[in-house]
Design a protein around this ligand. Structure first.
Ligand code: GDP
Ligand code: MN
Length: 373
């Protein structure tokens, strides 16, 4: 789950990481009012859940309330990386004297958290990462010991020079936030030295591990509906793991690994999966019905492949779920069923009595569904 910048600012504030005063605005008029109450120059910033706003024209400096209103009008008409701008953040402008970059991410290879810092922050950080990667310094943090001064301090002096002490205070707070809130990524770019000499987070990018959200109701509350498509949101509600992919073959599979393998096979055989969908390990027929409904909501779907490898999932339950779904909803596209594993004979029998057939071989099922699509 991702946070908008203004939400990230709030979280930073609660951890004592310095951010500028800001007000959220949804209309040019509100932006004007925000600028009037902040007084002095402001920066008007698009609030969308992607980076690169600056380069897309989504960050504008305004010297006064008039300019803020004009800037807001322009930014509210933008679509950044296919996301329409619906909200703005108006912040007191603090011209950066120096733009640093600070990031924290989970590094599976290092089995820890990696701190990334650079003295060359700003909107060109992606280019810097690919062209001059040595300018981004990294430090692995072992979660059991946390940040160790012996390795952090020399690195900070090298990157932050005389700003090192201030940087350290904020970086330690940022690390605490990262761990306590189960983040997968936190980035401050620019982390800037401003005119009074302090270091401020002029941007905030925060992603959380979705699997931890049940521990953090305060964070979960901040979820933006636009982060997920209607179908993905519906799938979350009913407990299905679902991702839209854009092809024309709907997939209902039990188990994430098998779902990945199924999509690979479809691709390999020249087809295009419409979605990833894991109905999970339980044998609840309701899940099959929900899965059908979500998949059929996508008008691009021309055929559906149900691939079940029954372990804990019982094939007879799945077969019953399919029959229930057929009774309850209109399924206007061909369905190919592959059933194998626990109670597959019973499952096949149930389907046969209803005039349906199920295959055993996955490759055969994949070829058939591609042909039908
Ligand atoms: P991003 O492009 O989506 O990462 O958006 P940022 O918030 O990082 O804005 C892009 C650039 O605008 C930054 O690198 C800064 O140079 C500048 N900028 C961002 N916020 C402020 C601010 O509060 N004051 C000033 N003066 N410049 C800012
Ligand atoms: Mn940025």
């Amino acid at each position: 789950m991702k946070l908008h910048e203004h939400q990230g600012h709030e979280l930073f504030r609660s951890y004592g990481i310095p951010v500028s005063k800001g007000i959220v605005a949804k209309t040019p008029r509100e932006a004007r009012e925000a600028a009037e109450s902040i007084r002095g120059p402001v920066v008007v910033k698009a609030q969308v859940l992607v980076g690169g706003r600056g380069k897309a024209g989504g960050v504008k400096l305004a010297k006064n309330a008039d300019e803020a209103e004009t800037a807001a009008r322009a930014i509210l008409q933008l679509t950044i990386k296919s996301l329409p701008v619906e909200k703005l953040l108006v912040v007191a402008a603090e011209p950066p004297e120096q733009e640093y970059y600070v990031g924290l991410t989970v590094d599976r290879a290092e089995k820890g958290v990696t701190l990334m810092i650079s003295a060359s922050g700003g909107v060109d950080i992606e280019e810097l990462a690919s062209e001059e990667p040595h300018k981004i310094h990294k430090l692995s943090i072992f979660p059991a010991t946390g940040i160790e001064s012996a390795s952090l301090d020399p690195l900070l002096s090298r990157v932050f020079g005389s700003d090192a002490e201030r940087a350290e205070t904020s970086i330690r707070k940022l690390y605490r936030l990262f761990v306590e809130k189960d983040c997968s990524l936190v980035e401050i770019n620019p982390f800037a030295r401003v005119s009074d000499g302090s270091l401020k987070a002029l941007d905030a990018k925060i992603n959380f591990d979705d699997n931890s959200l049940m521990k953090h109701s305060d964070i979960e509350e901040l979820q933006s509906p636009e982060e997920y498509s209607v179908d993905e949101a519906r799938a979350r509600e009913v407990g299905l793991s679902f991702v839209n992919l854009g092809g024309d073959i709907g997939c209902i599979v039990n188990g994430a690994g098998l779902a990945m393998a199924t999509m690979d096979l479809i691709k390999h055989a020249g087809g295009a999966p419409a979605n990833f969908l894991d109905v999970g390990g339980s044998s609840n027929p309701e899940k099959v019905i929900n899965a059908f409904e979500i998949i059929l909501n996508n008008s691009r779907v021309k055929a559906i492949l149900i691939n079940i490898f029954g372990g804990i999932t019982r094939c007879d339950d799945i077969a019953n779920g399919i029959l229930m779904a057929k009774k309850r909803i209109d399924i206007p596209v061909p369905v190919v069923i592959r059933l194998i594993g626990t109670n597959d004979r019973e499952g096949r029998e149930i389907l046969k009595n209803a005039g349906l057939s199920a295959l055993e071989d996955l490759t055969e099922a994949v070829m058939k569904v591609i042909e039908l699509a």
